[in-house]
Design a protein around this ligand. Structure first.
Ligand SMILES: Cc1cc2nc3c(=O)[nH]c(=O)nc-3n(C[C@H](O)[C@H](O)[C@H](O)COP(=O)(O)OP(=O)(O)OC[C@H]3O[C@@H](n4cnc5c(N)ncnc54)[C@H](O)[C@@H]3O)c2cc1C
Length: 449
């Protein structure tokens, strides 16, 4: 069985890793870029700062993936606390926000508590993400954090999003616990000593995938961009004019673009793929001369005085993310801003707007702003696959049709399921689909609800 994999991000590499491990020899992987890693790749800029494509933190749910990461990195990693904060009303609130509202100014705190005391309605009966928020968090928390923050991240009207994806992604609310935290004056955070993540010592997150790929480089064809697929003759065509035949195709490129490239798709499938919604992102990496002593890993920004929704103290993840490993001389901030048709952002202005936002939100002084020594902008047209109200119905039309043609579309944008779209999920989707193809085993990750 000749298996062709499209895309060398975590999902494609997961599929390749498992095929290699099982000793299946008849497979090839084709990747558009000149490097592996997809959205989990990393880059060294001309001033020697390392950047990820936004803050990448390992939240593994799988022993298999943990083992692969350990094998890939050996002892070349550091461990960091998953420590995150929300910047709001000129103060810092530990995450999860709702458990730590005691940090808010008194008026805002009262509003949040009143909202929680007046909760009404059944979250399971709500029709969309926006309504769900009201019934779970109440008006105050929605007003200060949930609504502005989610609008910044998703860049779409929140009424168009479903609530089914939420699961463990959003911490639920326990009023008695919040009141206890306020009375006792304690923080209620989910980053205990055991809540650590591994980060590569050198080369950023992308190093994990470079090392995985080292096991089977001879089968990875870089700079092969798929431009069309004939799913009936089972042939993929590339931008360089070459073609490759397959028995089974594992696709990890964005599902909407993939369907658009397939010849002979039914109108129903084409329309369903056209209804899938995504946003884009600008990742602004800013390298500074100077030192920054701030143990926070990453920070959320719901307010409108900054364009970004998240900033990472990236020099904290590894000293080697700054030139010469010199955190006594340099620091680096990585800032993520969403764009979409509902939320346009000027690409030419985003770097300066980001700098200004860092000053506005109290992260940088004017002097520090002047000490910027490196600016690095990454534009990701596909950043978040949005879980819209109609998404699952669309996927139910597309995926079975593709599978009937020997095509398995998996990964963050291949399966288009945000709730299983992190690195560990994506890698394991690749592993699990190979297992399904070769043995008929179920695929727990994509089948999960
Ligand atoms: C801003 C941001 C922050 C994130 N933070 C985290 C985090 O903290 N923790 C976490 O676990 N995950 C995080 N993720 C998710 C993580 O990046 C993804 O889970 C992972 O990269 C998805 O892997 P994938 O292989 O499914 O897709 P991708 O990484 O998108 O890889 C797909 C590959 O297909 C290739 N491709 C596309 N089109 C073609 C074509 N026509 N021909 C050939 N090849 C093609 C692409 O070049 C790419 O290499 C984040 C993602 C973003 C955008």
């Amino acid at each position: 069985m000749n298996i062709l994999i499209l895309g060398a991000g975590p999902c494609g590499l997961g599929a390749a890793y498992h095929l290699h491990k099982l000793g299946h020899t008849d497979w090839e992987l084709f990747e558009r870029n000149s490097h592996v890693g997809g959205l989990s790749a990393s880059f060294l800029d001309e001033n020697d700062f390392t950047w990820d494509i936004g803050g990448h933190v390992l939240f593994s749910h799988y022993d298999y993936f943990d083992h692969v990461v350990t094998e890939a990195l050996g002892d070349a990693y550091l461990e960091q606390l998953r420590e995150s904060w929300v910047r709001i009303l000129y103060t810092w609130v530990p995450y999860p926000f709702q458990n730590n509202i005691r940090h808010l100014p008194v008026d805002a705190l009262e509003e949040c508590l009143n909202g929680l005391r007046r909760l009404a309605g059944d979250p399971q009966r709500t029709l969309n993400f926006r309504d769900w928020m009201d019934t779970v968090f109440g008006a105050g928390i929605v007003k200060y954090f949930m609504e502005p923050y989610n609008k910044k991240v998703w860049g779409v009207p929140l009424e168009t999003m479903s609530r089914e994806w939420i699961g463990e992604r959003v911490s639920m609310v326990d009023l008695a616990r919040i009141e206890r935290n306020i009375a006792a004056g304690v923080d209620d955070v989910n980053w205990g000593p055991n809540n650590r993540f591994k980060f590569p010592l050198h080369g950023g997150t992308g190093q994990i995938y470079e090392r995985i790929a080292d096991r089977f480089r001879d089968r990875i064809h870089l700079e092969y961009e798929c431009v069309s697929v004939d799913p009936y003759r089972r042939i993929v065509r590339f931008a360089n004019g070459e073609e490759a035949a397959y028995d089974i195709l594992i696709n990890t490129m964005p599902l909407d673009r993939f369907v658009a490239q397939c010849t002979g798709m039914t109108d129903e499938v084409v329309n369903a793929a056209g209804s899938l919604v995504h946003n884009g992102g600008y990742i602004v990496g800013l390298g500074f001369a100077g030192t920054r002593i701030d143990p926070k890993c990453w920070m959320y920004f719901p307010e409108s005085d900054s364009p970004f929704y998240r900033v990472t103290n990236f020099h904290n993840y590894s000293p080697n993310n700054v030139p010469g490993g010199r955190t006594d001389s340099y620091f680096s901030l990585m800032c993520e801003t969403t764009y979409s048709s509902h939320k346009p952002v000027d690409k030419d202005a985003i770097v300066e707007e980001t700098l200004q936002g860092l000053v506005n939100s109290g992260l940088l002084s004017d002097d520090e702003r002047a000490s910027v020594v490196s600016r690095y902008l990454i534009d990701i047209p596909y950043s978040y696959p949005v879980p819209t109200v109609g998404r699952d119905d669309a996927l139910k039309v597309i995926q079975p049709h593709l599978e009937s043609l020997g095509i398995y579309s998996r990964g963050r944008f291949g399966a288009w399921r945000y709730e299983v779209g992190n690195m560990d999920h994506s890698f394991m989707q690749g592993v699990e689909v190979v297992e399904r193809i070769l043995t008929g085993a179920p695929e727990p990750t994509v089948e999960s609800r």
